[in-house]
Design a binder for this molecule. Structure first.
Ligand SMILES: C[S@@+](CC[C@H](N)C(=O)[O-])C[C@H]1O[C@@H](n2cnc3c(N)ncnc32)[C@H](O)[C@@H]1O
Length: 333
C-alpha cells in the first residue's frame, strides 16, 4: 500500500506538516547538530530540519511501518544523515544507544494520527470509510486492536474510555449501545461502530452537532489502543536527560489531555527551589532546568488553517534546557 501511494504522487506534494515554520524556529537547528524526530510520519518536519542547517543528522522513529517506508522514500536524498527506527518514541533511548549518541541537540514530537493512517480505511482509524476495526499504529505489535476493545471491554471501561479520552458527554449511552449490540454479534467494522454511536446520540444532539457523532469515540479508542498518553508520559520522564544545556524540545499535540501532560512536565522543569516555605534558606539547591520559549502554546495562523483544517487543534510547546538536573538529596548523601 505504501508503495502505491509513493507512485501516485510524491509524498512531499501530498503532505504538508503542521506548524512547520514555528517548529523550525523553536528547534533552531544548528549545523552538524544531532536531532531526534520521535514521530517521523511522512517525514515532512524531518525533511525541513535536514534542509534548515548544514550536515544535521537525525534519528527518526515511527511505530507505523507504512509511515516509515514513505519517510524513507521521501528522505532518501539525505542518505545516512537520517537513521530510521521502527519503534515507539517512549523507547527513543534504545535507538540513540544503537547510534552511540548520548545526547541530541533537539527533539521533536508531532503526536497523533497521520493523514496516511486516516486516509486508508483498511487501517480502521476512520469512520468515513468502511474497514476492519483495528486502529493499531503498529500493526506488527501485540497491542490489542479496537475490535478487541469494543467487543471485550466492560461497560464501565468503555464508558470511562469514551468519557476521559473522547470527552464525549454521551459516553454512557454510547457504551450501553455497544454492549447491547455485541451481545447479538461481534462488532467488527468501522461503519458498524459509527452507526451504533450515531444511534446512541439523542436526535437533537445529532441534528445540532457540528462533528460526526462518532468523532470522539473513534479518537478515544485510538488513544486507548495505542496507549498514547502513556507513551507521552514515559517520553517526558526521560527526554531532558538526553538534551545538553542549550538543547531544545518541541512537542505538537492535538488533544487537550496531551497538551496538559506537556504543560505539567514543563511546569516541573521550570520549578526553582523546592524547600518548604518556612525554610530560612534554600538547602535543596534546585534550579529551573529549562526556559520556556513561548508563554502560550503556538497555534496555526489563518493561512495554514485555510489549507489544512486539521491544524486547528494543533498546539506547539517548546523549551530550551538551561541547566542539568540537580541530584536528589538522597543521591548526594
Ligand atoms: C502527525 S504524524 C507526524 C507527521 C510528521 N511530523 C510529518 O511531518 O510528516 C504522527 C506520526 O507519529 C506516529 N506515532 C504516534 N505515536 C507514536 C509513538 N508512540 N511512537 C512512535 N511513533 C508514533 C504515527 O504513527 C504517525 O506516523
Amino acid at each position: 500500500m505504501a508503495q502505491a501511494l509513493i507512485e501516485e504522487k510524491t509524498i512531499g506534494a501530498r503532505h504538508t506538516p503542521v506548524l512547520l515554520s514555528q517548529t523550525l524556529e523553536a528547534l533552531a537547528p544548528r549545523a552538524r547538530g544531532r536531532y531526534l524526530d520521535g514521530t517521523l510520519g511522512l517525514g515532512g518536519h524531518c525533511e525541513a530540519l535536514l534542509s534548515a542547517a548544514q550536515d544535521i543528522e537525525i534519528c527518526g522513529l515511527d511505530r507505523d511501518s507504512d509511515a516509515l517506508a514513505l519517510a524513507r522514500e521521501r528522505l532518501a536524498p539525505f542518505g545516512q544523515r537520517v537513521r530510521f527506527f521502527h519503534s515507539r518514541y517512549s523507547r527513543f533511548a534504545d535507538a540513540l544507544q544503537e547510534l552511540g549518541w548520548d545526547k541530541v541537540d533537539g527533539a521533536l514530537l508531532d503526536i497523533g494520527v497521520s493523514s496516511l493512517q486516516l486516509d486508508e480505511s483498511e487501517r480502521g482509524f476512520s469512520f468515513l470509510g468502511d474497514g476492519l476495526l483495528d486502529m493499531r499504529m503498529d500493526q506488527r505489535s501485540d497491542d490489542l486492536s479496537a475490535r478487541h476493545w469494543v467487543n471485550r471491554a466492560s461497560f464501565a471501561s468503555l464508558k470511562e474510555c469514551i468519557a476521559a479520552l473522547g470527552e464525549d458527554p454521551q459516553a454512557g449511552r454510547i457504551a450501553r449501545v455497544i454492549v447491547d449490540a455485541r451481545q447479538k454479534k461481534p462488532i467488527t467494522s468501522t461503519a458498524e461502530l459509527a452507526s451504533l454511536v450515531e444511534k446512541a446520540y439523542p436526535p437533537a444532539w445529532r441534528r445540532t452537532s457540528r462533528r460526526h457523532p462518532a468523532t470522539r469515540t473513534f479518537q478515544a479508542l485510538r488513544m486507548a489502543v495505542n496507549d498514547e498518553l502513556g507513551e507521552l508520559r514515559r517520553f517526558l520522564q526521560h527526554i531532558l536527560a538526553y538534551l545538553p544545556v542549550g538543547g531544545r524540545l518541541a512537542v505538537i499535540t492535538f488533544h487537550s489531555l496531551e497538551d496538559r501532560l506537556v504543560k505539567q512536565a514543563i511546569r516541573r522543569w521550570t520549578e526553582g527551589c523546592r524547600c518548604p516555605r518556612h525554610a530560612a534558606a534554600c538547602v535543596c539547591g534546585h534550579q529551573p532546568e529549562v526556559r520556556v520559549l513561548h508563554k502560550k502554546p503556538l497555534q496555526a495562523a489563518a493561512a495554514e488553517l485555510a489549507s489544512n483544517p486539521r491544524a486547528g487543534s494543533a498546539k506547539l510547546r517548546a523549551v530550551e534546557k538551561i541547566a542539568e538536573a540537580m541530584p536528589r538529596a538522597n543521591e548526594t548523601a
